[in-house]
Design a protein around this ligand. Structure first.
Ligand code: IMP
Ligand code: MG
Length: 182
């Protein structure tokens, strides 16, 4: 029940309306940049699916879509170990690639992913993230486009989960500490 999910939210950080407005604005910029480039838009599963679907529907450039699922080992420790759970089906050599992320925290996942994708020799590789938590950064990753910079709080909704739950909340909210400290 949705009421149950809402009850676990401490406060709403970003409303649907705020996100739609910002996504529309950024999509307009991306359209100018990617016009005539037929980019490969890469959705990083699962967290990015909601942002991805809103972003692509606000763009009018011709594009192709692909999906990838990864996880990084040893968050906060050394670099680079990336587990590919599902790889792209597109050959990105010579292509303009835009990786669409939900949130950048330590940056470890994206740092490793960027290296891996660059080895495949795309014409360009850029990153857009819905949320950025720069205070938590460990790896030297700076997204090319950011919708919102947020404080260091654990957030859920709009694709983001806690223990695979809450992805279907329509807004981004701060999870009550009591939910994960019990
Ligand atoms: P990073 O490698 O530390 O940057 O990890 C990024 C990943 O951690 C994201 O793709 C999310 O899956 C997860 N993550 C980081 N912060 C949050 C949060 O506040 N809420 C939900 N998931 C998060
Ligand atoms: Mg994720």
């Amino acid at each position: 029940m949705k009421e149950q999910m809402h009850a676990d939210v401490e406060r709403i950080m970003l409303t649907e309306a705020e996100m739609q407005a910002r996504i529309k604005e950024i999509a307009g910029k991306l359209d100018l940049i990617y016009k005539d480039k037929n980019p490969v838009m890469v959705c990083i599963l699962k967290g990015s699916i909601v942002f991805f679907s809103d972003l692509i529907r606000n763009m009018s450039a011709k594009m192709e879509l692909d999906f990838m699922s990864v996880s990084s080992y040893g968050a906060g420790t050394t670099s680079g170990e990336l587990k590919i759970k599902q790889d792209l089906r597109t050959n990105i050599e010579g292509r303009d690639v835009l990786v669409v992320e939900d949130i950048i925290d330590s940056g470890n996942t994206l740092y490793a992913l960027k290296k891996l994708l660059n080895d495949r020799k795309p014409a360009s590789l850029n990153i857009i993230t819905l949320l950025d938590k720069p205070e938590r950064r460990v790896a030297p990753i700076v997204p090319d486009y950011t919708c919102f910079v947020i404080e260091d709080e654990f957030v859920i909704g709009y694709g983001l989960d806690y223990a695979e739950q809450y992805r279907n909340l329509p807004y981004v909210g701060v999870l009550k500490r009591s939910v994960y400290e019990k």
